[in-house]
Design a protein around this ligand. Sequence first.
Ligand SMILES: Cc1cc2nc3c(=O)[nH]c(=O)nc-3n(C[C@H](O)[C@H](O)[C@H](O)COP(=O)(O)OP(=O)(O)OC[C@H]3O[C@@H](n4cnc5c(N)ncnc54)[C@H](O)[C@@H]3O)c2cc1C
Length: 385
Amino acid sequence: MEMEFTKEEKAFQQEVRDFLDQHLPKGQDIWTKRAEWFQALKDKGGWDVPKWPKEFGGPGWSPVQHYIWEAETSNHAMPITLPFGQVMLAPIIMRYGSKEQQERFLPDIRDNKINWCQGYSEPGAGSDLAALKTKAELSVDGSHYTVNGTKIWTTMAHMADWIFCLTRTDSSGAKQEGVTFLLFNVKSPGVTIKPIYTLGNSHHVNQVFFDNVEVPVENRIGEEGKGWTYAKGLLQHERSGIAGISRSIAALDKLKRNVKSVKSGDEMQIEDPTFKRKLAQAEIELRALEFAELQSMTAAQAGGEPGPASSILKLVGTQMQQRIQELTVEAAGVYALNWGFKKAGPKFSKTGMESYLFGRAATVYGGCSEVQKDVIAKKVLGIRN
Ligand SMILES: Cc1cc2nc3c(=O)[nH]c(=O)nc-3n(C[C@H](O)[C@H](O)[C@H](O)COP(=O)(O)OP(=O)(O)OC[C@H]3O[C@@H](n4cnc5c(N)ncnc54)[C@H](O)[C@@H]3O)c2cc1C
């Protein structure tokens, strides 16, 4: 397989580096100069929405250009946006939404004017998502749905303005049928958001309750009862994003730099043969994973959706994230225990422990590892049971 960048791709890589040198805010400016950064990206020709196709104002990059962008930007701290609107929902609106919905929602998603959250999982429907029960009933005059039920693990619902939500409009057939995809404002009457505190006492996720929430029928994406098809497409985009392979490469490089200043007994940690071996093993596997990603990108050059192969990247990519987090905590040694206090040990011991604790969830959200293995067995390897 040809893995060398072409002349044009090398030129693009240089263009990205030059752009970052010129426009990327540094230090505290990451917070204060967010708007300028996103404007500069937009002015560059849709770089603010890298995954969007040209017809919707994106740059229309090839998969290899995406890879280059990810690899170059992962090496820098930079202003970020949550993926729910731009990466997950927007492709669904582009593909299945009406023209009116595209005009109504896409500009605000692009300009970060509306924060979105994802209402998929329920207390009885996580891995078995199609078991969802949140009910949406169409009014007699057909003007609106009334939504009742609950969603759980809803990331950043407490900061969100709107939710994209899987609801059940029919229970008579197979569970994948009768699912309807609705968009609504989380400030609507009848919506209650309660925090869930996770490992490390952080508040990212919530349980969201719906009590007779009225949703106008024009907020339904596509056809009633066909939401499962739309939902599945979205999961593939979500899984490809969660794999975070470029971010892992940057994290491992950072760990190698950090560990050079850490002592273990009388020796430097980096000289410890067991630690060195673990680091080298992680690096070898990460490079293999990078090639798997490049291979899937090369295959995707012709266009198309991420497909079930995104499950391979999600499965191994999240395991790799956890390996690097574990090595970071190991390198921090006793200082990892002090992570709640600001001035104990090397700086990375605090952030390293935070990432380690939150990182436990990566092999669960977006579909747990066992579910990815099922998808790989059935859809990639063609094994039926
Ligand atoms: C931090 C975090 C953020 C999240 N954010 C969101 C969000 O924003 N929106 C949203 O809708 N959801 C979100 N989720 C929910 C997430 O998608 C679900 O947690 C996930 O799909 C697993 O479902 P569950 O928690 O119900 O676990 P279950 O489905 O009950 O699974 C529990 C365990 O059972 C085992 N298991 C399950 N199925 C199988 C199988 N087929 N074969 C073998 N073993 C199996 C696995 O070990 C699995 O980990 C988030 C979760 C976390 C942890």
